[in-house]
Design a protein. Sequence first.
Length: 73
Amino acid sequence: MGMTSRVLIGRKKLHEMIPLAERTIFNMEQRGEFPRRIALTSRNVAWDLGEVEAWIEARRAQGAQAQRPGVRF
């Protein structure tokens, strides 16, 4: 069975890449709109860098701004 190499990033690096509030990221994860965190220990989590970069590229490809919560047009 082949092993793939994955790079994991912590909260600090994630927030450098994605300037959203912790709660916003958590809510997006719960809705399946953002890559899920990986529990490394009971108090430490990380995200797969490749998944986060793919999420950024998908957002860029959409070219549209996300709707604000509670705002419907």
